[in-house]
Each structure stands twice: as structure tokens, then as C-alpha cells.
Design a protein around this ligand. Sequence first.
Ligand code: ZN
Ligand code: FE
Length: 256
Amino acid sequence: MGALDIVLLPCLTDNYCVILHEPETGETAAIDAPSAAAIKAALAERGWRLNHLYITHHHTDHTGGIEELKAFYGMPVTGPEAEADRIPGLTQGVTAKSELSFAGHPIQVLETPGHTLGHITYYFPNDGIVFTGDTLFSLGCGKIFEGDPRMMWESLSKIAALPGETNIYCGHEYTLNNARFALTIEPENEALKVRAAEVEALRASGKPTLPTTIGLEMATNPFLRPQSRPIQARLGMLGAPDWEVFSRIRQLKNKA
Ligand code: ZN
Ligand code: FE
């Protein structure tokens, strides 16, 4: 299989749907369904039909388009088995044990609870792409609505363990807001300063800040850097466990 064509489609206020197209087979998939109208228009423009939909978690801004897309394309809908009762239109519930592939491209399911209890992340190892939904954002992470900080930290750690060159697509364009907050947590981080300036410029010209990479996030995202001495020192938490430092950063962001 060759490289997938990838379309990053802004939906609603700040959501993203990602459309994947395998040029050899003509198959098309989407990750999350914030808006059926936006997805149908993007597909029609390219002459593509949706063959598969992958859902990260049950929130309406990721699932609201499922029923209309299903009525139109009749495609199967994969999502977290743990949230099967909360995702209308789901046809296949999956866990970390599930073996999935799209158009010959293997997909690994990572269980990444915390934002919601069933949240999953889709990793395409052969393509070097990961879809992190509302678990990991560029320079940020999702709010912990259903889980606890330790659980969320473990979920983020699973994603952080992927190869550094892996491209990350997230569920929202929150990077500019996240960058401004990140600079208050680690103002001396040179890589963060460079990324923040880049993000300011991209957003000023209306461009997406995604994809990012695991390597870039490891160097700049304060939520993945609780082991940073300058961060620990600033928070008065030198030597504290990673998940506790992470938890404090999450609390500060909630109040920011
Ligand atoms: Zn969400
Ligand atoms: Fe969301």
C-alpha cells in the first residue's frame, strides 16, 4: 500500500474531522463525525464515498454526524466498545485487543481513558499517524471529564511512547490558546517559544497547526513534560511523581 491521502477538515467551531483516502483502492475513511454536512461536501468535492467511520469517544461534537452519514453512505462505524451504549449508530465496538485495518493499513487501538472513560486513540503504525481525539492536543490535553488525573497521565504516556516522527492529528484546533498557557508553565523552553511563534503565525493566516509530531510535543507540550526540572521548580514540586505534576498543570489550565 502507498501513502494515504489525508484531508484535515475543520468542522463546527474548532473541531477537526480527518478524511483518509487510499488512492490504490479508492477507499475512504473518516475519523470522528462532528458535522455530516461538512464531511459530505468535502467528499463530494473529491468524488469520494465514505467506506468507514472511526469514532474516538462519545461526545456530540465527535458523533453528531454519524446517523446522517450512515443514512447516506451506509458505511460501518467503529468506536470504543466501552461507550457503545452512548454512541448512536455504532456497528463495531473495539478495545486494545481488536485487530483492525483500513484498506490494508493496520490500525492499533490504544485505550486512552480520562477525557471520557472509553476514549480510544487510533494508531496507524505503517503510516506513522495517530488520531488522538480529545486526549492529546498540540501543546495541551483534553479536560478530565470522566476519569482521574492518574488515568489521564497513563493514557498520555501510551501516546507519548509512540515513535517521535509519528504525525498526530487531534480533535480540536486549540493550539494557540494552549501555546499561550504553555509559555506560563515553561517560559524558558526554547523549542516551545519557536513553536508558539509558528502557531501564532499559522493561526493569523487561518491555517491549521496540525499535524504535529510526538517528538515536537515531547519537546514543547507541558502536559507531556512533568519530568522537566524548570516546570517542577516553577510549581514548587521538585521530585514529585510525574502524574502529580501533570495533575497540577491540568488544574492550572482549568483555571486559566
Ligand atoms: Zn470530547
Ligand atoms: Fe471534543
